[in-house]
Design a protein around this ligand. Structure first.
Ligand code: FES
Length: 350
């Protein structure tokens, strides 16, 4: 992707003021959103400002949009430089976006590109008369009529070097041109013989009627026995997909205001809460030398692990540092489950 940066200072106009038309458009767009969400209209306003500026966005136009929407300049700058629909440098009166993606290339876009280079020059270059510039872009969504270009707001499809040259001649001379397919095709219909959707039944309603009948039959499963078949395999008791061993079990916290209210108990008085929070009245717990205390839960739920996993082992799982492996009482590193190595009298291992 090309670097997207503002045009050089020498190309930037000194000022930009919304025209009456742009201002009316801005009011209409802003009115679509809540009063404190006017920034949502930023793309629409940038688009209109680009149109007013002649097909590109000068710095002053971006700043004018930011002021109109009460946004920081940089926020609008970010939008303008991100979307390739916004041109940051001057373009020709007829700005040609040439599709160079695979379907168009397979249908001859390479020859169209040669015409562009011959007639206009390199892309991002405006002709001396200011009439043309072009840019290669990704798929424009008219692949079935490839190859194609977009010129300003219109598509021109089914191009050949010949009809494209003529199109450029007509645009340069200010003559009217035909948008869409340049070979007389109606939208994206087949341009040769029609080979699909030929069955008259598709158009007399009989095919649709057959489908409807099938749906009606499916809507009566009880008569056909399908309902019984559909539910017969559903077990009455749904079981967990996996055993719960090792999973955290969630339960209500032991004593919460909600639990006390549910069980009809009086809420704890503020004075009692204050006393309970006084650290000087807390029961001292001597530090234990073995094992670690489970930290108290911090949320309204308490979590415990099921037996068998996560429990603190009664003895250390690794031998004391410096103990040779052969003298360690127990090994809990997984090797205890591996078969031992036996060396026979011929010094072979098994
Ligand atoms: S590939 Fe050219 S329009 Fe889709």
């Amino acid at each position: 992707m090309a670097v997207r940066k503002l045009a050089p200072e020498e190309l930037q106009p000194k000022s930009f003021v919304f025209s009456a038309e742009t201002e009316a458009f801005a009011e209409q767009q802003i009115a679509k959103y809540p009063s404190d969400r006017q920034a949502s209209a930023v793309i629409a306003l940038l688009w209109k400002a680009q149109e007013q500026a002649g097909g590109w966005l000068p710095r002053k136009a971006i700043e004018a949009v930011a002021a109109r929407l009460d946004m920081p300049d940089i926020r609008v700058m970010e939008v303008a430089t991100f979307y390739t629909m916004f041109n940051l440098e001057p373009v020709g009166k007829h700005f040609i976006q040439f599709c160079g993606t695979t379907p168009c290339v397979l249908r001859g876009a390479g020859d169209i590109k040669k015409v562009l280079e011959k007639r206009i020059g390199e892309q991002n270059h405006v002709t001396a008369d200011g009439k043309f510039s072009w840019l290669e872009v990704e798929c424009l969504g008219a692949c079935s009529n490839a190859p194609m270009v977009q010129i300003n707001d219109d598509y021109y499809e089914d191009l050949t070097p010949e009809n494209f040259e003529k199109l450029l001649d007509d645009l340069a001379a200010g003559r009217p041109v035909k948008t869409g397919s340049q070979i007389g095709r109606n939208r994206s219909e087949p341009f040769e013989a029609v080979n699909t959707l030929l069955d008259p039944a598709l158009y007399d309603g009989s095919v649709v009627g057959a489908w409807r009948k099938r749906f009606e039959e499916q809507a009566k499963p009880a008569e056909t026995g399908e309902a019984h078949a559909a539910t017969a395999s559903v077990p009455g008791e749904v079981k967990a997909a996996k055993p719960t061993a090792g999973r955290a079990i969630e339960s209500d916290a032991a004593d919460t205001p909600a639990k006390r209210a549910k069980e009809g108990e009086a809420p704890i008085k503020p004075v009692d809460q204050k006393e309970a929070a006084d650290p000087s009245r807390a029961t001292k717990v001597e530090a234990k030398t073995e094992g670690a205390a489970t930290p108290a839960p911090q949320s309204g739920k308490s979590y415990v692990t099921t037996p068998g996993e996560g429990a603190t082992p009664a003895s250390p799982t690794t031998p004391e540092a410096g103990t040779p492996p052969s003298q360690a009482e127990t090994r809990r590193d997984g090797s205890e489950s591996k078969p031992g190595v036996v060396v026979d009298k011929d010094n072979k291992t098994s």
